[in-house]
Structure formats: C-alpha cells, structure tokens
Design a protein around this ligand. Structure first.
Ligand code: FE2
Length: 447
C-alpha cells in the first residue's frame, strides 16, 4: 500500500509527483525534499545542521525515479520502496516511500482532529455525569506514603488529556482534598505556571478581595488572564470545600458560541476575528495590558482560541467609524454565550478537580452565600504548549511537529489515537473553520 508505483518530475516547476499503490498521489517540491533530507539533521538533537536556504539553484532537482530495496532503479511496472532524487549539484538521496507518505504535506489537513463542540447536550455524552469524568484512581497512581510516588496512570491519564483536547473540559472526581494537590496534578502534565496570583490561587470569599472572583457574587462566563501576552492554555480548579449554598460552576464552549455567531451574523463574526480587544488588570502599582481578538483562527481559518472577559476588558481604542460595529459584535457574542442551551452547570463537590482549555471554554459561577458554609477552590494554570507536548509524549498527536524517521523533523499527521469512547465516537455539533477567516486575526497554533 505504501510502495510507489509512479514517479514524475515536473522540471519546470521543480516538483516531484509520486503515486502510491493505493492510488494516493503526493507532490513534493524539490527544495522541500532537500530542506528535509534526513542526512541534514543531527541524530541526537533532531536539529538541522545544513543551511539549505542558501543552496539556491543547487536545490533544483536533476532527476527523480523509483527505486527498489537495493536502491537500484526499477524497470517500469514494478513497485518501489524508495524515491531516488538527484540534485543539480550532484547530491543524491533515497527517500523511503513510507517516509514520503507520512510527510505528505499536501494531504495532512485531512487528518486533523476537530474539537467536539457542545452545548447543554454535553450532559448526555457521559451517562451519569455532567462533564467528561474519570475517577482519581484511574488517572493518578500514588506509591504508599510517598509523594515521590505521585505519577500518572498511563491509560487513565491519557484518556483524561484526550477529553481535555476534544471537549475542552474534563473532570476528575475523588481527588484528595489536600491543599497543593492541584499543582501536583499540573506538574504531571509539565509545570504549573506561576502568575501574579502565585503558584496557585485560592477562590474563597475574602474581606478585601484583589479580584471579583474572591467575592461571593455571580461571575459571568469568561476566559482568564486575557491581559497577559500569552494567557494560560489550561486551567485546573480543585474543589476543597463546597458547603455554601449556591456557587454552581458554569461552562460554555466558546468555539460553539463563535460558530453560532458566524451562522447568525457573518459581519459580527468577522469583526471579532479582526479587531484586537484590550484587556487590563491591576498588579500592585502597575497593571497588565494586552490586546487580542475575541476569536482567533489558525492559518486555515479554523477556530483555535477564544478570549472574552467583560470584567477585565479595557477601554476600546478604535476609530469612531468601527466603534459601534465592535460593541454590537461583542454584545451579540455575549448574548449567545448566556443562552441556557449552551451552558453546562455543575455543582462541584469536595474532591472534584476540573481542568479546561482556558482559550476555548468560558467558565463562570453562580453567586453563593458564604454564611451557609465554606466554598473553597484552589486553582493553577499550565501553558498550552506544555499540554500539547505532554500529549505528544504519550503518542497522542492530532497534528504536530514530532521527530520522524531517520532523524529528520517535519510535520507529521496521525490517524486515530486509539482512544475511541466506549460504544460510540461522536461527531461535533458543527465543523470548525467554515469560511469567515479573519484577516486581522494572527494565526495561532492548533490544539
Ligand atoms: Fe476565571
């Protein structure tokens, strides 16, 4: 299936066209093949050792042909295991057909894992639970009497991360209610991220709060720390006490909000993709400030990030001609985010630990009455790139840069990750990136 049946050199365009046994066709630019030739990569570090950008005309392909296992040229009609390429400067290399198939950049996007967007119907996905949920004992293994023994339980930990990747939110129940546990969980992914709130933050009702989260008032759904140059990708919240009346946690899929907006108003969607919105927050005598569009798309127009927080949105600084359009679009986005059919509500209990993609999932909470009991959540953050690296480390790589065969580095696609849900694999309620690409939205990496 992965052997080559035909090789054509389009000399004028500098492109080599290959066909595999199953009928799949791939186009490889001669400069790309030279640039990613495995002999130019250090085996130990995987880093490029040759400055291929300086090759110029030498990178033009002189000849390309199919070759057999012994790398000798084949007679016609015989399938081959290599593509033998020779450049005008005499350099030659035999690329394995399987390597070419794996690195075929023309087809890679067809294998992209799409997020599974959801509304209130998420509660029907996992019978008995409101959110994708796993027991603590399935995710973490702890050697008796030893903190050093805190480690992941491979299968459960990966399943938890896959839930987090696909749905943007995942819960672990029955986690020991020891303060600091949330940081240990974050450190299983990589490192918890310290902010001006500390290594972790305590969501309790305070007498002199530095943040509205530390009061008992209702918090409308939002994403955190948009005022940072890079807002945390993953947020973890560990419920240590939940005795107070009220305080239900609320979650809304920001991707589904954006997709709904796109369907209802192409203009509002485009506006929120294009216009950076300022966010700011006090930090001692100074303040953090950053501008970013509400909806961020990648270079293929797919949704990758949402940034929305009415409490920390700064004054809009825009030409008068567009000010009204931006306010209308923001109000429309908020109105959709507040629709009950998009919201999942959960009363967290002591021992619950929820993790969510802070650049996708809007989170909030209902008001609570601190006179009726204690409500205490401990939270921390993990950077998105640490989460993505952890996924790859465990072999779960929807679309990523990973080390390929023969020591070269290139974009590699995977098929399925082997973690189908029991019984059924659900399709998203809608597909991402259907038009409406925001011209002003800086491309962001994809989860
Ligand atoms: Fe928050």
């Amino acid at each position: 299936m992965r052997t080559l049946t035909q090789v054509l050199l389009h000399e004028q365009k500098g492109i080599v066209e290959v066909s595999w046994q199953d009928g799949t066709r791939g186009l490889f630019h001669g400069a790309w093949l030279r640039d990613n030739c495995p002999v130019y990569f250090d085996n130990s570090t995987g880093q490029r050792t040759k400055n291929t950008l300086q090759l110029g005309p030498e990178a033009y392909v002189l000849s390309a042909c199919a070759a057999g296992p012994a790398k000798g040229q084949l007679s016609s009609g015989v399938s081959a295991e290599f593509l033998q390429v020779t450049w005008k400067d005499g350099f030659s290399h035999a690329f394995p057909s399987a390597w070419l198939r794996q690195h075929c950049y023309e087809t890679r996007q067809h294998h992209q894992v799409n997020p599974r967007m959801w509304g209130r119907d998420l509660v029907s996905y996992f019978p008995g639970y409101v959110l994708p949920t796993l027991p603590y004992s399935d995710v973490v293994k702890v050697a008796a009497g030893s903190d050093a023994g805190w480690q992941t339980s491979a299968q459960g930990f990966v399943q938890w991360m896959v839930h987090l990747r696909d749905y943007g939110v995942a819960l672990i129940e029955d986690v020991p209610t020891t303060p600091g546990t949330v940081m240990k969980m974050a450190d299983l992914i990589a490192y918890h991220r310290k902010t001006h709130y500390g290594n972790s933050f305590q969501v309790v009702s305070a007498r002199k709060p530095e943040h509205l989260a530390y009061t008992p008032v209702e918090l409308e759904v939002h994403t955190d720390l948009n005022y940072r140059e890079s807002s945390p990708g993953i947020q973890l919240l560990h419920c240590l006490a939940a005795d107070a009346a009220g305080g239900e946690s609320t979650f809304v899929d920001g991707f589904w909000v954006a997709e709904t907006l796109r369907r209802e108003s192409a203009e509002d969607y485009r506006t929120l993709c294009e216009v950076p919105i300022p966010f700011l927050v006090k930090d001692g005598e100074g303040f953090h400030y950053h501008k970013i569009p509400t909806i961020c798309l990648d270079d293929a127009g797919r949704l990758v990030e949402i940034h929305f927080n009415e409490r920390t949105r700064g004054p809009l600084e825009l030409p008068a001609a567009v000010m009204g359009r931006v306010y209308r679009a923001l109000a429309h986005f908020q109105a959709i985010a507040c629709r009950p059919e998009l919201c999942v509500e959960v009363k967290m209990k002591a021992g619950d630990m929820v993790a969510f993609n802070n650049r996708r999932i809007l989170h909030g909470r209902k008001a609570f009455d601190p006179r009726t009991g204690m409500r205490h959540l401990e939270g921390t953050y993990v950077d998105m790139d640490e989460f993505l690296t952890c996924l790859r480390k465990h072999g779960v790589t929807p679309l990523s840069i990973v080390r390929a065969q023969e020591g070269s580095w290139a974009r590699v696609v995977e098929g399925t990750d082997g973690l189908e849900e029991k019984g059924k694999r659900r399709e998203p309620l809608g597909m991402v990136g259907m038009g409406g690409k925001g011209k002003g939205s800086a491309p962001r990496s994809s989860l």
